[in-house]
Design a protein around this ligand. Sequence first.
Ligand code: NAP
Length: 521
Amino acid sequence: MKQVQSFLCGEWQYGQGKEQTLYNPITGENVATACTDGLDLAAAKAHAQTAGAKTLGEMTFAERGQLLKSMSLALHEARDRLIDVSTENVGTSRGDAKFDIDGGIGTLAYYAKLGKDLGEQRFIVDGGPDPLTRATRFMGYHVKTPKRGVALHINAFNFPVWGMMEKAACALLAGVPVITKPATSTSLLACEAVKVLTEQNVLPDGVLQFVGGSLQNFFELLDGQDTVAFTGSAATGSYLRRHDNVVNHNVGFNVEADSLNAAVLGPDLGADDEAYQLFLRNLQTEITQKAGQKCTAIRRIFVPAGMIDQVQEDLIERFNDVKVGNPMLREVSVGPLATQQQKEDALKGIGQLVEDGATMFFGTPEKPDLVDIDHDNGYFIGPALLRVDQPQEHPSVHDLEVFGPVSTLMPYDDENEAVALVAKGQGSLVASLYSNDKKWVENVLMGIAPFHGRVYWGNAKVADQATTPGMVLPVSIHGGPGRAGGGEELGGLRGLDFYLQRTAIQGDRGALNRMFGIKEA
Ligand code: NAP
């Protein structure tokens, strides 16, 4: 049986004690074990803050960018090997595996370029000079320097490579060493990605360490120079951010949690509009990709009341062609969920939505027709499309994230109601609007923007160019207020701010200019 090892203090290690088992979601077979009992995580933290911090501290942004580029290239070369492990441990189709792995490779490459552009400096001057008095020499600047602790990264099970690398890219470019911990259930893939990096010798000593399993008592070691970037369920995020050490030392804590993302169809669109076809295409992708196990998947679909029957019919027609089963086959677009527990939770969630008044107009989630699967051991569920005709009254549809290929169609009467219904999600990662009516979009956008980290607008002009709303691109921020965690990642250089301390520096303008290499006209 394979072991998920940890990469600590420059060595691959395996714990001694209680092991956790990892499974193949397609067959239910054991694929690996993980154990961190007895591993010296305190030594790993010290190693990061000595060897790792020293190396990164001496590197310029351009050199850190070069490090990220080498990581991106190494992973790219090992792409097929990683895709195979993704199928084995995450149950993904080739396309879904690439979505995760290429996402990680691309984000590293993007931040590598930002590092190159920042050039030979080691800190960032943020604006200025700012006059402090009437005097012309005594001036202020704001300077951002890397924190002296570790960046602890805790990731969710659904993006073992992208989740790990998008966080690492920002921290390493900022100059802060990383200790990264994937969700144990899919940690074989995350471990393989780090193995690629150590085999290719691209990681300087201590800059990135990997915990393959439980973090043990790591939170007891955190102090005010450390940062924690967490992705996972709202419940775990809220539990961890209340840890005494986090609260008492004001440890920087970023949470990316779950989200009831909405798609809203504008009242101006009909079946012949390109933007309506984009809306349908996006719904299909966002409900089926990664078997709906994406934090940015569309969970709530709002359409004008007069369009709900048409949209329902069009969705049924599209979903009739969606095949569930062996993700190795090209024609299959929905593979299994990642774990047996995820399958049970998703079926229970659908049951709850129905018990609370939703009707299921498409799907037999608990018994889908499976392509090329002749056993009952995998973690498959079929797509389920639900409908709620009184969305203001349904007790759980705006609150319960069913983490599978599941979404609920609902009507709205006017734009005010559309805004109010979207806001009932209590803060989400992304909402998508579909309309060619600029005034309608402006009104809805202004109403829902405070509840979102990102809003996507699909109209006729971008229908053939737009990405899907669930695709997280490093140039735009990722995160959302309220129940989405209140966090923010990526967004170009904004993503570095979490790892940097901004300090106001006041003094002699000429001397500060020389120190910071600023040439004033
Ligand atoms: P989870 O159960 O909350 O676990 C998330 C991570 O926290 C895992 O690495 C887990 O490790 C770790 N963890 C759990 N308890 C811990 C503790 N006491 N101390 C330290 N670490 C602990 O979430 P999940 O099931 O992996 O992920 C699914 C959720 O993530 C969904 O709700 C989804 O919406 C959300 N998500 C959000 C985003 C986003 O960017 N906003 C992205 C992806 C997923 P173990 O596996 O070892 O327990």
